[in-house]
Structure formats: structure tokens, C-alpha cells
Ligand binder design. Structure first.
Ligand code: PLP
Length: 414
């Protein structure tokens, strides 16, 4: 059962009807379930309970401090991709020694900040980056703990924008160039080789690509061992998918089982995972309010007060998010687009969707909106960003205020 279900006709989370949250906080508003968020982390952790492991929540998927704090309190780490994410993770209480820093474009400043914080490992994505990291580490008098992010060249069979382990993607170091780069890193007095990393893509719904990537990494780990390079961490990245529509993503247990042959043959390594979507995605919804019904020729539109600036995934990837009325409805079904107020035809939350007829003032929940939704939101069309709410145990609290018009001009001069 999901975190958001109907009780007595009212779509609810942690015992709180979503309609009540919409009424008290206003719309658009993101609502997260504490139990769903912490439960997803615990579920993954439990699947790997028989070995040394560290689950590093992917901060970029949803970076609210209150959620980061939940991860920190659970003893989990953080996978970051910027200095800003480092700042937020540390503010929320994530242990610096449980932070992994990924990304193809780390700046010197970000490297220096992460070194000063004492993070667990830099996932280095190119020879050029390795050189700069060595120099920055030398200047700071600290040895930088490094892993190379290797591109295992496997097809994760997902949307092209979120496939990251293809030979042609910008991410990682080509598999066959990794050994030479490792030797260089191992010989560098400013670097300390600690790990091997990959992240092949996002929203994967089968285990086979994970297993294939892990197998390639194992071969590399053994090759490095022969060369006298002993690793501490095997970082298999994130990417585990969720059900937005009819997908049947693997369970955490099935995922662990698929990786087991590789992990069992490398018992001395701590496995690091960087789940994002799997943790935050199903933990959140976006509540919007119906403003108008309209039709243009044969096409029907429900215009709501949430838009692509709040939730861009449908516009960006053609992504599907289920939409459910906050109050269960027996009104006749119709086929409609759900669109926002933004001046772009690409501004839609759903297209040609079967929904019960709605009226102005009705609240709709855009489901599975915890990952890559608020995190990708913007002020496009001078729209203040939505509020964020955390529901826990029968109550709820605002964890980010709705932006005001004043927020829109902060830092600007006229
Ligand atoms: C985005 C990202 C993740 C998280 O991916 P999900 O599909 O959300 O689990 C993990 N690691 C890296 C390096 C990433 O860029």
C-alpha cells in the first residue's frame, strides 16, 4: 500500500486528509510522508543488512532540510552533486564522513569546501578533474579520497535524458581507460584511492543492467587488486525505479539479490548505494487546485494552479504522473488535459487522462512527485515557488514556506 490512500473517501497521508492540508496551507503545495521517506531508506538498508553498506541519499532529488535531517537521523549518508548540496546536507546534520560527491563539473571551490568538510569520497569523472583535485588537495594540505566513476557502457533502458552509463554519455571515465587513471591516482601524494563507482541511469525497472554494471566493476576491482590497489568502497550509484503508472520496478530484495554474486565475491568492500527517486519519489505529492474547465474544439482542459514551474517532469521528459482527486468522486469520467497557467503549450501536468469531472475549487493530487519535482521547480512566469509540507503521525507541518512576491525580487536591482 502506498503512503497516500483514500480513507472514508478522502485521499490521506499519515492519517491527515490532503484536502485539509490544501485548505490550511494553500496550493500548490508539496506534501511528503515521513514514514514513506524513512521507510524507503530502511527498506534498502535492510536488503543489504548482511554486509558492510552505506546508503547515501541522493540529495538532488529532493533537498528540503527536514528530509535531509530524516536521512541524517537514520544514520544514512548523502550523495551530493554540488557545493550547495554539501552545504545543505551538513546543515541538516549528515555526517561529513558519509558524503560522496559526484558530478562531471566540480569547481575548485566546491572541491576545497568538500575537502575542508572531510567528505568520504570524491567520485571523479575525468582525468582533467583528477588533476585539478590533486592540485586543490595539495594546496589545502589534505589528501583527497577518490573513486573513479567508471562508465560501464551498459544500456539501462530508460529515458535517454536519464541514461548516464551509455558509452556516449558525458558521465564517467571509459571503462578501458580506468586502470591507467587509477595507477596515476595511486601514485599521486595528494590523492588517496578508496573506491570504484558507477551510476548508470535513473528510473530503471529491471535488475539486469545493474547486475551487468556491477559485473564490469568487479572485473575492474580485481584488476586493480592485482596492480596493488586495494579499494574500500564499491559504489553502485542510484537509479532504482518506481511505479508512476504501470511499471513494475524490482523490490529492494530483488535488487540486492541481483547484486549478490558480485558483492559476495568482494566481501571486504563496503557497498555504497545512492538512491534518490526510490526514496523521495513515492514519498511526495503535489496538490493543486482546479481553476477552470474549458474546451477548445474537441479537446478538454482542466486548468489548475500548479504548473511546469512547479513540476516540470511531464514537460521535460513526457513523464507520467497519476492524478487523483483529493475527494473520491463518482462523477462521470472524461478525457482531459490537466494544464497550468504558464504561457507555453508545453505546460501540462497530464495529457488525455481519464479523470472524473472536476469543478473549480476541487483539489487534485499529482502523485509520486517527491523526486525531481520541487527540486527542479523555478520562478518561471514570476510564480512564487510552492510550499512544502511534511506529514508525520497524524499531523503535518510546513517545512518550506511558500515564496512571496518579495522573494521574487530578492537580490535584484531596479
Ligand atoms: C541522480 C543521481 C543519483 C540518484 O539517482 P536516482 O535515479 O534518483 O536514484 C545517484 N547518483 C548519481 C551520481 C546521480 O547523479
Amino acid at each position: 500500500m502506498g503512503a497516500f490512500e483514500y480513507h472514508e473517501g478522502r485521499l490521506s497521508v499519515e492519517g491527515v486528509p490532503l484536502a485539509r492540508i490544501a485548505e490550511e496551507v494553500g496550493t500548490p503545495v508539496f506534501v511528503y510522508s515521513r514514514a514513506a521517506f524513512t521507510g524507503a531508506l530502511a527498506d534498502l538498508d535492510a536488503a543489504f543488512a548482511d554486509r558492510r553498506r552505506l546508503i547515501c541519499y541522493s540529495v538532488k532529488t529532493c533537498a528540503n532540510l527536514s528530509l535531509l535531517r530524516l536521512a541524517a537521523e537514520g544514520g544514512f549518508g548523502a550523495d551530493i552533486v554540488s557545493g550547495g548540496e554539501l552545504f545543505k546536507a551538513l546543515k541538516a546534520g549528515v555526517a561529513p564522513g558519509k558524503v560522496v560527491f559526484s558530478g562531471v563539473g566540480k569547481t575548485e571551490r566546491e572541491m576545497a569546501e568538500a575537502l575542508a568538510a572531510g567528505i568520504m569520497m570524491f567520485n571523479v569523472e575525468s582525468a582533467a578533474e583528477l588533476e585539478v583535485l590533486s592540485r586543490v588537495a595539495g594546496q589545502s594540505g589534505r589528501r583527497a579520497p577518490v573513486a573513479l566513476r567508471v562508465n560501464p557502457a551498459v544500456d539501462p533502458q530508460t529515458h535517454p535524458y536519464i541514461a548516464t552509463g551509455l558509452q556516449t554519455s558525458k558521465f564517467g571515465v571509459p571503462h578501458d581507460e580506468a586502470p591507467a587513471l587509477y595507477l596515476r591516482a595511486a601514485a599521486d601524494p595528494h590523492l588517496r584511492v578508496v573506491g570504484l563507482d558507477c551510476h548508470i541511469g535513473s528510473q530503471l525497472t529491471s535488475v539486469a543492467p545493474f547486475a551487468a554494471a556491477a559485473e564490469r566493476l568487479r572485473a575492474l576491482a580485481l584488476e586493480l587488486r592485482q596492480a596493488g590497489i586495494n579499494l574500500e568502497y564499491l559504489d553502485l550509484g542510484g537509479g532504482l525505479g518506481i511505479c508512476y503508472n504501470a511499471e513494475e520496478p524490482p523490490t529492494a530484495a530483488a535488487y540486492a539479490a541481483a547484486l549478490r554474486p558480485v558483492l559476495d565475491s568482494l566481501p571486504e568492500l563496503t557497498v555504497v548505494l545512492e538512491p534518490g527517486r526510490r526514496v523521495s519519489g513515492p514519498s511526495g505529492v503535489l496538490l493543486v487546485k482546479v481553476l477552470y474547465n474549458k474546451s477548445n474544439g474537441p479537446r478538454r482542459f482542466v486548468v489548475v494552479d500548479g504548473a511546469m514551474n512547479d513540476l516540470i517532469r511531464p514537460s521535460l521528459y513526457g513523464a507520467y504522473h497519476a492524478i487523483r482527486p483529493a475527494l473520491e468522486s463518482d462523477r462521470p469520467m472524461e478525457v482531459t488535459d490537466v494544464v497550468g497557467p504558464i504561457c507555453e503549450s508545453g505546460d501540462f501536468l497530464a495529457r488525455e487522462r481519464h479523470l472524473p469531472q472536476v469543478a473549480p475549487g476541487d483539489i487534485l493530487a499529482v502523485m509520486d512527485a517527491g523526486a525531481y519535482c520541487y527540486a527542479m521547480s523555478s520562478n518561471y512566469n514570476a510564480r512564487p515557488r510552492a510550499a512544502e509540507v511534511l506529514a508525520e503521525n497524524g499531523s503535518f507541518r510546513v517545512i518550506r514556506l511558500r515564496e512571496t512576491y518579495e522573494d521574487l525580487i530578492r537580490g535584484e536591482t531596479a
